[in-house]
Design a protein around this ligand. Structure first.
Ligand code: UDP
Length: 455
């Protein structure tokens, strides 16, 4: 028979993509370390793909997005996917709550990704404490908050843009849904809709830490009670307080970490460029070609994650021709790679998890943002955190090989690269401090737990 958890049972509901599952899963583990029981509910499709293993205090369960056989890829459009997920997801989330009702540990709290705002309505229907968990930076959330509440009018007709607590922003620094009007309307609606529910949530958690964006946190806190609780990165890489926590643990893609480790371990310290564009971005053929030629032309080693769906875009014979200079893999354990001494810089699409991981592991960056919040993250790491450069995009939307080579050189061996390294080390220390016992995020996690336990 199941034992009663001493401090309560949280149900955690991420948006079903790698970049959302990772932080919410990691946060679940933190809550378990604080004496709670946690259940992470993914969609049935993701569950079947990842086959997560439950333990006594961290369990996995499912809801349905209405696409059990193929997930998002099965949907006719983004709009269709989100709509169906709302209808079927609400119902199956309610079923999951009911299923737990008569057990030793009924659900006391739902931590939901505000990309799924309907989850709060379900929580409220059952009288359950509902907490929104924002997976993007406070700055990005505050921009969307301004648009949602009509405080920033679109389309933007004059620049620079001033938002309290944020640095002055040019159009290219804004999330792409704003700077490229009409792009991905369904996703744009989704990110704005986050505030339709979070304004009513019992708590608002953000995967950032106070020292990273104090002005943005202070400013947004005037309109909503925020708790920065990040970085949500396996404890092994930061405070080392959680046992055996050296991996996120749920991968949508398969990797063989020994291949990367063995290769990296033969390379001198700081000599390798690591490149990845995350789990969702799809690059044009031309962009892949420019990257490939830049890497071939540069004198540095490189480790490049090219997802199976992107491989055909590589120039013919690229892999054969690079020999031992580079390694191309379909996926890797990014944390293991970033923490390897051989890595000198991270050429990244600036997804928030990747950026936060690089900051937390002290790795300087070259930003080649693609869309959504990545442009704003690049602005921050270049101008606020000062840990990297952002590659310039040509009029045709491509970052050309000369620019890529130039940026890599700047970070790997330029004078400014040394400053980036120093600053990156500073952010790593601050990240460790935030999540360690008594740190700002650790205290916020405690505050959150006592809030819902006493609600
Ligand atoms: N990731 C990984 N292996 C890879 C590439 C990425 O484990 O080869 C992980 C990475 O550590 C991060 C997540 O996938 O936690 C990507 O999230 P991010 O927010 O950076 O980008 P997204 O995939 O959402 O665009």
């Amino acid at each position: 028979m199941e034992n009663k958890a001493s401090r309560g049972h949280v149900l955690v509901l991420p948006y079903p993509s790698q970049g959302h599952i990772n932080p919410l899963l990691q946060f679940s583990k933190r809550l378990v370390s604080k004496g709670l029981k946690a259940t992470l509910a993914t969609t049935l499709f993701i569950h079947n793909t990842m086959q997560p293993q439950s333990s006594s205090s961290l369990q996995f369960d499912t809801i349905s997005d209405g696409y059990d056989e193929g997930g998002f890829a099965q949907a006719e459009s983004i709009h269709a996917y989100l709509n169906r997920m709302e209808t079927i997801g609400s119902k199956t989330l309610a079923d999951l709550i009911i299923k737990n009702k008569n057990r030793a540990n009924p659900i006391d709290c739902i931590i939901y990704d505000p990309f799924l705002p309907w989850a709060l309505e379900v929580a409220k229907k059952f009288g359950i404490f509902g907490a929104a968990f924002f997976t993007q930076t406070c700055a990005v959330n505050f921009i969307y908050y301004h648009v949602h509440h009509g405080l920033l009018k679109l389309p933007i007709t004059s620049t620079p843009i001033s938002i309290p607590g944020l640095p002055v922003l040019e159009l290219e620094d804004m999330p792409s849904f704003i700077s490229v009007p009409g792009s991905y309307p369904a996703y744009f609606e989704m990110v704005l809709n986050q505030f339709s529910s979070s304004d009513k949530a019992d708590a608002v958690l953000v995967n950032t830490f106070y020292a990273l964006e104090p002005e943005a946190v202070d400013s947004m806190s005037k309109v909503c009670q925020l708790l920065p609780i990040g970085p949500t990165i396996p404890s092994f890489y930061l405070d080392k307080r959680l046992e055996n926590d050296n991996d996120y643990g749920l991968n949508l893609f398969v990797s063989d970490s020994s291949v990367c480790n063995n290769w990296l371990n033969t390379k001198p310290e700081g000599s390798v460029i690591y490149l990845s564009f995350g789990s969702m971005a799809s690059l044009s053929n031309k962009q892949m070609e420019e990257l490939a030629f830049a890497l071939k032309g540069s004198k540095f080693h490189f480790l490049w994650v090219v997802k199976a769906s992107e491989e055909a875009k590589l120039p013919k014979k690229f892999v054969e021709e690079i020999g031992n200079k580079g390694l191309v893999v379909q996926w890797c354990s990014q944390l293991e790679v970033l923490s390897n001494k051989a890595i000198g810089c991270f050429l990244t699409h600036c997804g928030w998890n990747s950026t936060l991981e690089a900051l937390s592991l002290g790795v300087p960056m070259v930003g080649v943002p693609q869309w959504t919040d990545q442009t704003t993250n690049a602005k921050y790491f270049r101008d606020v955190w000062k840990v990297g450069v952002r590659a310039k995009v040509c009029e045709n939307g491509i970052v050309e090989r000369e620019e890529i080579e130039f940026c890599i050189k700047e970070v790997m061996e330029g004078e400014i690269g040394k400053d980036f390294q120093k600053n990156a080390k500073k952010w790593r220390d601050l990240a460790i401090k935030a999540i360690s016992k008594g740190g700002s995020s650790d205290k916020n996690i405690d505050e959150f737990v006592s809030k819902f336990i006493n609600s």
